[in-house]
Design a protein around this ligand. Structure first.
Ligand code: ADP
Ligand code: MG
Length: 748
């Protein structure tokens, strides 16, 4: 009987078992993170060469790829241009009966010796033109007259490890041969319905396609498997939570006298947007229901998420519960507290036990930075039952909220800002906070600071319900965004600052990111303030804000900025989130190319918060991208990793800055960000196990695949709760999500 191999089986086979691999190469592979046969089989190619075609030189058109059989007529070495790194290049003139062509080997001057005048190699490459000359750049060379005429997969090679693409090709071929039949855990009827290849066929086709048309079906099947594993994991998580849940039915419709949320909304200086109303309704529905809420609230910068979060928290409070808001950093927690305090005003909590029938709402901060005495009081206030003086209603903090000595008397709802840094363990810890002392599971609302594209949100946060705030408050004037590339552009930015301040408005200047500690960053911001005051804006009143300042000092500066005593706030990225000064109309971001899209969008969101027109200047001079093949450009055999790093970085920066110039839509920018940075940026810490999304894309294109995976996962879990009786899949999940989490999910 032919054995059928499962992925876990392949994961247990070390690559050293392959005959085609020497022990030295096995060690080199280990450095690339390739240990098992499974690692090798999932080391996917980044591109293919169709090496089946041979052509006459005269018949090649630009972009064509083919073998050509030629004779070398001239060969010379050209050293690298002065001041440039690299080994120089070989330049050949080759001919066949139909014509002639230039061949350039960048960084391979030795090709002149390998291919002397008169030699007759076969070359495979893509025809390009440069300065009107037809040429092949870094073609594949075959001198034996026996070229590999097939569709060849190209693998990312590693100079450092001394492993070439054709090494991978050889090893993977052996691995496929010897593996034989591969188990397919996808039920046949789903496979047919979705039009997917079998897993075994897909593995063959992705590495050794007979024809380029097989590549996409192969990718689709293997990508589907990645997404299915993810959805199974999320689905089991969802089910485990629901199964174990001891939820709270919150009071969402209290008597008019006890309606804290109503009072809160009434005292706001604005009316809620439709989107905010819808979000609050959805949340109220969840809160009233017996199962704990697990909801993701997405909204663009400035869409008013804080108000929604507060309405939810106050719903808990009006029923006698406590609420917690957790932020990823101390600075963000402090900012949240500030903006919550200003929205809450002097809101009173209905309390029949007092003479007035009400008492002030108690909101506290809990981070590792607050003084010990204050911390003790807050911790005591959290553990105090209702009616006790000093009892805390709402607490804002960092992960410090999850430490053991923090006990809640009656935690009803936790709001978590920026889920990407929040995993299963934290969620469990939070649940236990609620259960301690015989309580129930708190509801959970997750907010993202900037939107995540929908497909990605579905794939990664599939265990949460999704609500989007897809509307900004009315009356916002647009923000004009300018990428200031030249000295003249920069001068115009500072002119705008002067002009706006003269009109009574305010400006932010965000200092360059500095590598190193927060201290280093603070010092450089201090220096930048001095420079701006001396050389650039001597007539204006400047203030400084950075993360190293003490809380009270920060508040003084922010108050001064709000009132106008400080006209220009020079700051590090601490202004990124939460800072809210409607009179601010100019944002200048220095060295903007060093920031990511989401961060720039978030920073820009500090202006344009009123009816006043606003401006955002992104200061960044980027070195020109030299795209001429005359420079040391890589050839077709070089992996993308070989692109000169600086040029790649500046191309990405250019893309980011242009995107910001052209759009203020956070959902659109999130898609661009995903394209520029790849999936890792979103998966981040959320996926604890190995990063399993190698072929699946969270971009729009794979959305149907994400949806299909979700559907299949639900079907499988309905039939086999916890994948009981489906050992192949269960084992696979264990393999990919990590033992610990799998144990939790699979209840084994
Ligand atoms: P974000 O979603 O970026 O966290 P915030 O919650 O900080 O947005 O809100 C941005 C600004 O808009 C704040 O000044 C807030 O007070 C204000 N705001 C919120 N909702 C509304 C509304 N419905 N109408 C007018 N302004 C609003
Ligand atoms: Mg906010």
């Amino acid at each position: 009987m032919v054995p059928v191999r499962t992925l876990p089986f392949l994961a247990r086979q070390p690559v050293s078992k392959l005959h085609s691999l020497t022990p030295a190469k096995a060690e080199a592979l280990a450095e690339l993170g390739v240990h098992s046969v499974l690692d090798l089989l999932t080391y996917y190619p980044y591109r293919y060469h169709d090496r089946r075609r041979q052509a006459r030189l005269a018949d090649l058109r630009p972009g064509d790829e083919a073998w050509v059989e030629v004779e070398v007529r001239r060969a010379r070495q050209v050293p690298a241009p002065r001041g440039r790194r690299g080994r120089g290049r070989a330049e050949l003139l080759v001919v066949d009966a139909s014509g002639s062509i230039t061949v350039t080997f960048f960084n391979q001057p030795w090709r002149v010796k390998q291919l002397p005048v008169g030699s007759r190699p076969l070359l495979f490459g893509r025809l390009t033109t440069f300065n009107g000359r037809r040429q092949l750049v870094n073609p594949t060379v075959d001198q034996a007259g026996d070229p590999d005429r097939r569709v060849v997969a190209l693998y990312r090679s590693s100079d450092k490890a001394g492993i070439t693409s054709s090494d991978f090709d050889r090893w993977i071929a052996e691995a496929l041969q010897r593996t034989g039949a591969v188990a397919d855990p996808l039920p046949e009827r789903w496979r047919r319905q979705l039009g997917l290849l079998t897993r075994g066929a897909a593995l063959w086709a992705v590495h050794r396609p007979d024809d380029p048309s097989q590549q996409e079906p192969a990718r689709r099947r293997l990508a589907f498997d990645e997404l299915l594993r993810l959805q199974l994991e999320l689905g089991m998580r969802r089910r485990a939570t629901a199964r174990d849940a001891r939820g709270i039915r919150h009071r969402v419709d209290p008597d008019p006298g006890a309606d804290l949320v109503g009072r809160f909304v009434d005292q706001l200086p604005f009316a809620l947007t439709e989107a905010q109303r819808r979000a609050i309704d959805a949340i109220r529905g969840d809160l009233a229901a017996p199962l704990p809420m697990h909801r993701l609230l997405q909204g663009d910068v400035g869409s008013g998420k804080t108000v929604v979060a507060l309405a939810a928290l106050l719903t808990a409070v009006q029923g006698g519960y406590q609420g917690a808001l957790m932020a990823p950093t101390e600075v963000l927690a402090e900012q949240h507290l500030l903006s919550m305090r200003s929205l809450l005003g002097d809101l009173q909590v209905p309390d029949p036990s007092t003479l007035e029938g009400s008492r002030p709402l108690v909101v506290r901060l809990l981070t590792s930075r607050i003084p010990a005495a204050e911390r003790r009081a807050t911790v005591a206030g959290l553990a105090a039952t209702g009616g006790t003086p000093g009892r805390v209603d709402l607490v804002v903090g960092t992960q410090a909220l999850l430490t053991d000595d923090v006990r809640f008397a009656r935690l009803g709802l936790a709001v978590v800002d920026e889920q990407h840094r929040f995993g299963v363990e934290q969620r469990a810890a939070l649940r236990d906070k609620g259960r301690a002392g015989g309580g129930a599971d708190p509801d959970l609302l997750v907010m993202t600071a900037t939107p995540i594209p929908r497909t990605a949100a579905m794939a990664v946060f599939g265990d949460l319900d999704l609500t989007e705030l897809d509307q900004l408050p009315a009356g916002r004037a647009p923000i004009t965004t300018v990428w200031a590339r030249s000295d003249a552009d920069e001068a115009a930015a500072w002119d705008r600052v002067r002009h706006e301040v003269e009109a009574g408005h305010r400006a932010y200047v965000v200092c360059p990111l500095v590598e190193g500690s927060e201290r280093v960053e603070a010092r450089s911001a201090t220096e930048e303030l001095a420079r701006l005051q001396r050389d650039v804006l001597p007539a204006l009143r400047l203030g400084l804000l950075h993360g190293q300042m003490r809380g009270p000092d920060k508040e003084v500066v922010m108050d001064d900025f709000r009132s106008g005593r400080v006209q220009v706030l020079v700051a590090t990225t601490v202004v990124e989130v939460g800072v809210d000064v409607p009179e601010a109309t100019v944002m200048v971001i220095e060295d903007a190319d060093r920031f990511g899209i989401a961060q720039l969008h978030q920073l820009r969101g500090r202006v344009g918060r009123s009816h006043l027109p606003s401006w955002c200047y992104l200061l960044a001079e980027l070195a020109g991208l030299d795209e001429s093949p005359g420079s040391e450009a890589p050839g077709p055999d070089a992996g993308p990793g070989d692109r000169p790093r600086q040029a790649a970085a500046s191309a990405d920066a250019r893309r980011r800055l242009q995107a910001l110039e052209e759009s203020a839509d956070g959902f659109y920018l999130a898609e661009v960000d995903l394209e520029v940075r790849g999936e890792g940026s979103i998966l981040g810490a959320r996926q604890k196990g190995r990063s399993d999304l190698k072929l699946a894309s969270l971009r729009r294109g794979d959305r149907p695949l994400v949806e299909a995976a979700r559907q299949v996962a639900d079907d499988l879990l309905d039939r086999h709760p916890d994948l009981a009786g489906d050992e192949v899949l269960a084992e696979e999940i264990r393999l990919f999500v990590g033992e610990e989490e799998a144990a939790y999910l699979l209840k084994s």
